[in-house]
Structures are given as C-alpha cells and as structure tokens.
Design a protein around this ligand. Structure first.
Ligand SMILES: [Zn+2]
Ligand SMILES: [Zn+2]
Length: 113
C-alpha cells in the first residue's frame, strides 16, 4: 500500500486524502457530474451561421466549420461597422430626428425626478 497523499478533486477542487494515486475525484458524485457536464458541453448544437446541426469538437465551438466561422464573423463585423457609422452620422449631423429623440429623453428624465 502506498502512502496517503493529498489530491484535488477535478470537479469541485476540494482537497482530499487518498492512497490511490489515480483517484481524481473526492467522491463518485463529483466524478459523475464532471463527465456529465463535459459531455453536455459537447452536445450537438446549431451552427450560428448556416443553422446546420453539428457535433462540436470543442466546448466553445459555435460553427460547424471554419468557413462558417469566417463568414459569420465577417458579416457580423460589417454589421457592427454599419451601426457605428450610422451612430456617428446621427451624432455629427444636426439630424432633427436625433434632436427630437434627445429632447424626449431629456424630458423623460426631467419629469421622473
Ligand atoms: Zn469533488
Ligand atoms: Zn455552418
């Protein structure tokens, strides 16, 4: 028999003592939970770009393939750029709609207090 060693549970991080060198969990519940959540994270999901159902290889995988990831991010970037451009245009010009909106917000905060 080996000596008693301190191990750290891979699920909850708790310190526990064991003689078993290969023991990685403080109890069976923790072991089950760890593998359940790992499997759960790698469960089939829908591609954010083409909406195809796929089995991910990584926990944080959002797209079925590299092409989808690339295309989606490109589209998203364009969208974000357009929103920022539009905001800037509204801010810079004395757009009556923007002034109207500003007045409305101002009045709203005024009447609230
Ligand atoms: Zn544990
Ligand atoms: Zn896809």
């Amino acid at each position: 028999m080996g000596s008693i060693e301190t191990h750290y549970c891979r699920n909850c991080g708790k310190e526990f003592l064991t003689r078993d060198k290969n023991l990685e969990f403080c109890n069976l519940g923790c072991k089950q939970k760890y593998f359940e959540t790992t499997e759960d994270r790698l469960r089939e999901r829908t591609c954010l770009h083409c909406e195809k159902v796929f089995k991910p290889k990584y926990v944080h995988q959002k797209y079925c393939c590299i092409e989808c990831s690339y295309m989606h991010q490109k589209v998203y970037r364009e969208m974000a750029k357009n929103i920022i451009m539009k905001r800037r245009q509204i801010n810079e010009s004395n757009n009556p709609k923007y002034l109207e909106w500003k007045n409305e917000i101002f009045q709203r905060t005024n009447t609230q207090s």
